[in-house]
Design a protein around this ligand. Sequence first.
Ligand code: P6P
Length: 283
Amino acid sequence: MNDIFETIKQVAFEIDNAIKTSDLGYSDSENSSGEDQLKLDVQSDIIIEKAFASVASVKALVSEEKEGVLELSQTGKYTVCYDPLDGSSLVDVNLSVGSIFGIYEGELEGKNLVASAYVVYGPRIELVIATRESAPKLYRVIGSEFRYISEIKMNEKGKLNASGGTQQNWCDYHKIFIDDLFQEGYRLRYSGGMVPDLHQIMLKGGGLFSYPATSDKPNGKLRQLFEVIPFALMYEQAGGQAINHKGLRLLELVPSHPHDTSPCFFGSNYEITALREAYGMKA
Ligand code: P6P
């Protein structure tokens, strides 16, 4: 899998350059989730597709920006599911964005995720890689290359609360649960970019990120294969938990379509335990 991780490092530099130099306008197309595509979305997707086309261990690609599975090689072992530039609409207000990668072996479902990675394009370029055998490892660009910084471990309880979704469309018990955390003194940290929002909670020791089922999005908004499941591995390997609104581990999700979404909750043990109680889930 190292050839995949080295390729992610390569595309990180190319996409960071594109963010800094490309036209931020909208293309005339939509992605498979019906969202308008920025030219930068399309450009980032092309950068990643081209880079992985020559990686021997990659069998196929699934992109948030395209329908279906792109077969690359009969002899490859892994399918890489990726969101090339998550939160791209934040680039024009100069907020951090990211790329997310899920590396699957076999059928595209949670239990077959063997590793995940994400890149944060912010004041610094950072990369986090997790496997089933390791805690997430943080790398940072220093000079012109990625340097290993540390492993990431979350505390049992955090202080940050990233509460996603349109509040007027939350169900009553979710609103009560979120308000109770704020009454306990949690601080709101939500930029609208999944990658920096989840990165911050992991690096600041913990808390809760939630994107619940809402009346306008009963299946949530975030995509299982290239957003939710990859981050679920990160949070579990960092000592936290990642579940859906029924208490199922997100790493046990079985999407029926590559672009299926799921309500999702990522957090330290204390916050996920409190969520289970608020939602009446079995422990
Ligand atoms: P909302 C960005 O569009 C994104 O897919 C994630 O990066 C982010 O967590 C979420 O949507 C934000 O959605 O509805 O809170 O604006």
